[in-house]
Design a protein around this ligand. Structure first.
Ligand code: SF4
Length: 109
């Protein structure tokens, strides 16, 4: 167990800095981000950890769109076709604070 990790005691319901000796606290399974179904198939997509900051829509509006449902989120409505589009997608990916823009290299022929 990592030092400094706190946990909530199930007996007294208080926050403890470290577990009692001999007790291991299991880690909660982490949910991995998934692609939004609105993304068009292709190399670029937006994952469901997007928090709708609109940076990608500002940088590459020809690729990223905004869905206003469920609190709002971005998605890829058109895959980039030109090198300029591709460069703007990379800039958007760099600007995304939540690392929600996913790029998958093309499969080798
Ligand atoms: S930059 Fe990232 S977090 Fe912001 S809207 Fe785009 S995908 Fe979502």
């Amino acid at each position: 167990m990592k030092e400094g990790r706190s946990f909530r005691c199930l007996l007294c319901n208080t926050q403890k800095a470290t577990p009692p000796k001999g007790i291991t606290v299991p880690r909660a399974p982490r949910k991995l981000p998934e692609k939004y179904p609105e993304n068009v198939p292709g190399q670029w997509s937006v994952m469901d950890n997007c928090f709708a900051c609109l940076a990608c829509v500002d940088i590459a509006p020809q690729v990223f769109g905004l869905n206003f449902n469920n609190g709002g989120y971005a998605y890829v409505y058109r895959q980039p076709e030109t090198p300029e589009d591709e460069a703007e997608c990379r800039a958007a990916q760099k600007a995304c604070d939540h690392h929600a823009i996913y790029y998958r290299k093309a499969d080798p022929p």
